[in-house]
Design a protein around this ligand. Structure first.
Ligand code: AMP
Ligand code: ZN
Length: 297
């Protein structure tokens, strides 16, 4: 197997793009893909202060590494959710990675800030930890970015993540969600920071290969609460399609983005400000404050 660019020995075959590449050309391919994504979807503007949400997993470390190589001034933000063992190890990986790159690291500990971990809150409220964790993470990331003067919040979502979300939204005809699923969510309120996903045109396998070839030491463990998550089944379905028809994953996602206008944004809720924290919500009190209040009562 020879590299399509230089003829040297290839290290990876990309069936979706019908090419094989050597290490150097694959690493350039990944950087170019992200550069294209940033340009095509106008993800950043000059002078932006960028905060990257670092879980410690391969995607967030890769997106940080790539943006740094592309010359963006990036800082890292990690949330310790207090999930026994798993969170300590994730935090160590995130801190070590950012220290090695001499990057600024911002740490948020749920235990220190609100006095409880995700599993404690979930068990007391008898709620599934994953939905609670996702909601709390989104709130904390936005609030931290906003209060510390960042204009963009980057996450490591890749093509497989976005494809799985899209399939889930289609399977359940979540029209409202379909209208909002995007590589860039603009700041529609002074206390909402723009959300950006620069890896959406790279598959999970490509991101994994990037980390291995760059020798990026990421946190490999899967969250103990994520077992059997429907998103994993949706990823399997897309991988099956991809196996029989290479390129179908990228077509599925990119063609959706091109045609997204056909999905009307249903009942655009009026944006209000939470009576407790002042951050945007569609209700009187935001979900984060509601959960904390119930937990403390
Ligand atoms: P997930 O929902 O676990 O697939 O994570 C999606 C993205 O959210 C990751 O790529 C990270 O950018 C970000 N993220 C997830 N967990 C954390 C965390 N504990 N701290 C900071 N960012 C996170
Ligand atoms: Zn609130």
């Amino acid at each position: 197997m020879k590299c399509k660019k230089c003829g040297r020995k290839a290290v990876i075959r990309l069936r979706a793009h019908n090419i094989s590449l050597c290490k150097d050309d694959f690493l350039s391919f990944v950087l170019n893909r992200v550069r294209q994504t940033i340009k095509r979807y106008r993800l950043f503007h000059p002078g932006e202060r960028i905060l990257v949400a670092i879980s410690g997993g391969k995607d967030s470390l890769a997106v940080f590494d790539i943006l740094q190589r592309l010359g963006y001034p990036v800082e890292g933000f990690h949330i310790d959710l207090g999930i026994d063992g798993f969170s300590q190890r994730a935090r160590e990986v995130a801190v070590r990675f950012l220290a090695e790159r001499r990057a600024s690291v911002h740490l948020y500990s749920l235990q220190e800030e609100v006095g409880a971990s995700v599993p404690q809150i979930a068990s007391q409220l008898r709620r599934p930890p994953c939905s609670l964790c996702g909601m709390m993470r989104r709130y904390i990331m936005n609030r931290f970015a906003c209060e510390n003067g960042f204009s963009a919040l980057v996450t490591g979502h890749n093509l497989d993540d976005e494809g799985a979300t899209l399939l889930g939204n289609l399977a359940n005809w979540q029209i409202g969600y379909l209208a909002r699923q995007s590589p860039l969510l603009p700041a529609t309120h002074p206390r909402l920071v723009k959300k950006v996903k620069p890896l959406i045109l790279l598959s999970e396998r490509e991101v994994l290969a990037y980390c291995l070839l760059r020798d990026i030491k990421y946190h490999e463990e899967r969250c103990p609460h994520s077992k059997g998550a429907t998103s994993l089944r949706h990823k399997e379905v897309l991988n099956l399609l991809e196996y029989y028809s290479p390129g179908s994953k990228i077509r599925f996602y990119q063609e959706f983005i091109k045609n997204q206008g056909i999905f009307p944004s249903l009942d655009p809720h009026e944006m209000r400000e939470c009576v407790v924290c002042g951050f945007p919500t569609t209700r009187d009190k935001c979900q984060f404050c509601t959960v904390l209040e119930k937990f403390r009562s």
